[in-house]
Design a protein around this ligand. Structure first.
Ligand code: PRX
Length: 631
């Protein structure tokens, strides 16, 4: 079974090829597979270490791989400190534009000063090495500053996306046992204030471990501040303790840098754990090779720093590579759908990295909004988060990239830390395919028994070899880490991605989507179990099942089948109420598209809901094998 786009190629221009950091994929790939440790050791040599590693890869306790064992480093040393010794001290590190149009810029020198000051503030609040600070913020410069400040003093951060509800925030604070929360009074989104402090205040009611909450003043609306617990960021930064000098803590390569919660197959979000050493090497190498980073670039990853894309490619990788990073607070279409194009022109952005959902959303407004602007500074484009449909790919390529900017469709996950399957600028592209594995990675599509399927056939995507940016565990739950990613192909020692995919005759990988109980809505990752438990927390609902259905803009949307409690009956009003309830419990991204009231749900004899049957029914497709269905 092959796709209809399999033979359609887009070739890079001679100009793109001439300036590419990597000129020959095949030979470097071969080398990286034949001598994986040698390849990664060389990449690690590009960074500075306080002490060199003794061993590149320790695989003595699989699947708990360790990289650069014995090495001493701190990601902040490479992301900031080392640049201060060079001309880059004066280079613009961060250009930030707020939704209302306010602008702030930081040189590497200034970024270091702000990070150091806040690091000293955190220290004065008793923050210690290894402790996890929770950060719940809008897209303002203080967000990366707070993240980097934690890393600098050896604390770990847990950033909770600013669109999450108080319950989601509180669950994450409790799992991480955070003592300190950094937040903001609010942020701007489509001209409105998102009331983050109010949500944080509600979350703290159920999070008794929080002793200190530091709040950045952004929107300046009235917020409740509790005596002895709440402090304004600007007040603390004005005190003598906020000195601009702060030593960067010496860390082991394998010390925790951050945890980031992501949805999985059970209701409880997983704190995916990344470390200082391997993550520094992996993210900076992927960024440099895939996006061909040059000192002249102005790099814009238009994700939210609250997700892995922002962690790896707004904050850490670009700073390690000494790039100028663009960051924008608000919505792409506010006040008009030319907002992004206007900023690309204004700041001379050279590389734009975004999601298919954003591309489809902007495509909807037609070509004229981008044509009002000079986008000739762009030389590369990127896509991440979900498969990009060829129609959106072609629009992005033609209208935004004026047919001269190759699109780097990067497949990866919170757990992988960085790009795993991706083109390079020199790769002939096929719209909708993430193309080939990045250096050091071996990828396969297999059946349930682990046999590689034939070219063009759909199977499970697995990663056959470890890589430095891989998650080390799920925070506090090693067993779950083994169970979720490594158990199914334990014999072979492969990592199961949870995606289905096919590899075509040319060796190009086409990722199809999740095959577990994870739903990707607008590129955001949600668990069916999370949505279902939000549903049954409503007093009218007895049981529910959430499924993903295709959606033109969002990629997927959520449909929920709900059984009501005895005596209750479904209505339009109740549907609206339930949708709002989920939005409140989990956050607006989880709001279902549709609620369908039913009397029963298809289940296996062991009582598991057969979501695939619901999905087939909803799509009017064959329901497949029903032999295990409860009669
Ligand atoms: O299903 C794949 C999809 O996003 C999942 C990972 O989600 P998350 O951990 O939130 O990380 C998103 C950003 C890295 C994957 O299992 N996905 C991500 N990138 C792509 C993709 N699907 C197809 N093509 C991609 N380029």
């Amino acid at each position: 079974m092959s796709g209809k786009n399999d033979s359609e190629f887009f070739y890079p221009s001679e100009e793109v090829k001439a300036q590419a950091n990597v000129k020959d994929y095949e030979s470097l790939y071969k080398r990286s597979i034949e001598d994986r440790e040698g390849f990664w050791a060389e990449r690690a040599e590009d960074l500075e270490w306080f002490q060199k590693w003794d061993k590149v890869l320790d695989d003595s306790n699989k699947p708990f791989y360790k990289w650069f064992v014995g090495g001493k480093t701190n990601i902040v040393h490479n992301a900031i400190d080392r640049h201060l010794k060079t001309w880059r001290r004066n280079k613009v590190a961060l250009i930030w534009e707020g939704e209302p149009g306010d602008v702030r810029t930081y040189s590497y020198h200034a970024l270091n000063r702000e990070v150091s000051r806040f690091a000293n503030v955190l220290k004065s609040m008793g923050v210690k090495r290894g402790e996890i600070v929770t950060i719940y913020m809008p897209q303002v410069p203080e967000l990366p500053i707070a993240m980097i400040a934690c890393a600098k003093i050896g604390a770990a951060h847990s950033v909770v996306y600013g669109g999450f509800s108080h319950e989601a925030l509180s669950d994450r604070i409790n799992d991480a046992q955070s003592r300190v929360l950094v937040t903001a009074d609010g942020g701007w989104r489509r001209g409105k204030i998102t009331d983050l402090k109010k949500i944080a205040n509600n979350a703290m009611k159920n999070s008794p471990t929080i002793e200190v909450c530091i709040t950045v003043k952004r929107t300046e609306h009235e917020v409740y501040m509790e005596n002895d617990r709440d402090f304004w960021y600007h007040d603390l930064m004005g005190l003598p303790i906020a000195s601009p000098k702060c030593e960067t803590e010496v860390m082991d390569a394998e010390d925790m840098l951050f945890i980031l919660y992501t949805s999985g197959t059970t209701g409880k979000p997983k704190g995916v754990l990344h470390t200082h050493g391997g993550y520094s090497v992996y993210t900076s190498t992927t960024h440099k090779y895939v996006f061909d980073i040059k000192d002249e670039d102005r790099w814009w990853c238009a994700a939210d720093p609250g997700w892995i894309t922002g962690h790896s490619y707004i904050v850490y990788a670009p700073l390690i590579n000494g790039s100028t990073v663009m960051m924008y607070e608000g919505a792409p279409n506010h006040p008009y759908p030319n907002r992004w194009w206007q900023m690309i022109e204004k700041y001379g952005i050279t590389i734009l990295y975004t999601s298919p959902t954003a591309v489809r959303g902007l495509m909807r407004f037609g070509d004229s909004w981008s044509q009002k602007h000079d986008l000739s500074s762009l030389r590369l484009l990127g896509s991440v988060g979900e498969p990009i449909n060829p129609e959106a790919w072609k629009w992005y390529h033609k209208v935004i990239g004026r047919e001269k900017c190759p699109i780097m469709d990067t497949w990866w996950q919170t757990e992988t830390g960085g790009f795993m399957i991706t083109p390079l600028p020199i790769t002939p592209l096929k719209p909708g395919s993430a193309t080939k594995p990045f250096f050091g990675n071996e990828v396969a599509v297999v059946d349930d028994a682990g046999n590689e399927v034939k070219a063009g056939e759909v199977g499970k995507l697995v990663l056959k070899a470890p890589w430095p940016g891989m998650a080390r565990t799920i925070y506090g739950d090693d067993e779950r880490y083994k169970e979720v990613y490594w158990k199914e192909f334990e014999k072979q020692g492969w990592y199961k991605a949870g995606d289905s995919a096919r590899i075509d005759e040319d060796g190009y990988v086409w990722v199809i989507g999740r095959i577990d109980d994870v739903i990707k809505v607008s590129g955001y990752r949600l668990g069916t179990a999370e949505v279902e438990s939000a549903f049954v927390s409503h007093s009218d609902v007895a049981e529910s099942a959430a499924i993903a259905l295709p959606h033109e803009l969002k990629g997927n949307c959520i449909h929920v089948f709900a059984i009501l409690r005895a005596g209750m009956s479904g209505s339009k009003e109740l549907e609206a109420e339930l949708k709002n309830h989920v939005s409140e419990v989990l956050g607006p991204i989880a709001k279902p598209e549709k609620v369908i009231f039913v009397d029963s749900l298809p289940k296996t004899r062991s009582g598991k809901i057969m979501r695939r049957v619901l999905k087939a029914r909803a799509l009017g497709q064959d329901e497949g094998d029903l032999s295990t269905l409860e009669s």
